[in-house]
Design a protein around this ligand. Structure first.
Ligand code: VGL
Ligand code: ZN
Length: 207
């Protein structure tokens, strides 16, 4: 049984240049993912997958602008441009990503009432995506995390991995951040480190 898995976070068109919530140089993560995948027996991908009426979209809150912060059913919520809507090209994985090497995809953000940055649980930790249970069932105790975006979905995925008892590595050169505030990505990496996430680059695992 494999004890290591690679988690590719949200390598989707809307987070790449030209997308609705484009992360600067987000597309540079794709070749890192493609290089890494052959080094893992198990590869999973998370997919941000919102219904059009999702509560994280500024457009669904009259008078609000993207990047305003509201209270969404009891949780602070950054409002985003409409992105990764189910069934739209923006929600698709980047066309350069070698899909055939991905063993399973876990969608998140499907409940309109709550956002889900982590690939494991929604932001209120009310529901699991099934990722953690599935990894355990496959004999995985160690995860390597990379993708988009460093300061949101990558960060919360790596932190939840630790909370749920996995050893966790961050492949830093395979990540890019939103950087609503300059330095957000660097601070996110420090938070992950403080939670016991080991930070490395793809080259140090042979990729
Ligand atoms: C993400 C903001 C909203 C991410 C997803 O993948 O980091 N960020 N939805
Ligand atoms: Zn989203």
């Amino acid at each position: 049984m494999p004890n290591r898995a690679l988690i590719l976070v949200d390598l989707q068109n809307d987070f790449c240049p030209g997308g609705a919530l484009a992360v600067a140089r987000g597309d540079e993560t794709i070749e890192v993912a493609n290089r890494l995948m052959p080094h893992f027996d198990l590869v999973v991908a998370t997919q941000d997958f919102h219904p059009r009426d999702h509560g994280s979209f500024a457009a669904n809150h009259p008078g609000k602008q993207p990047y305003d912060v509201i209270d969404l059913h009891g949780l602070p919520q950054v409002l985003w441009p409409v992105h990764c809507v189910q069934g739209t090209p923006g929600a698709d994985f980047h066309p350069g990503l070698v899909r055939a090497r991905i063993d399973r995809v876990f969608t998140k953000g499907t409940d309109p009432t709550v956002d889900s940055y982590s690939g494991f649980h929604d932001n209120g930790r009310r529901k699991s995506t099934g990722l953690g249970e599935w990894l355990r069932g496959q004999g995985v105790d160690t995860v390597y995390v990379m993708g988009l975006a460093t300061d949101y979905c990558v960060k919360f995925t790596a932190l939840d991995a630790r909370t749920d008892g996995f050893a966790a590595y961050l492949v830093e050169d395979g990540c890019r951040g939103v950087e609503l505030k300059p330095g957000d990505s660097e601070r996110a990496v420090e938070e992950m480190r403080a939670a016991g996430v080991v930070v490395l680059d793809a080259g140090s695992i042979g990729a």
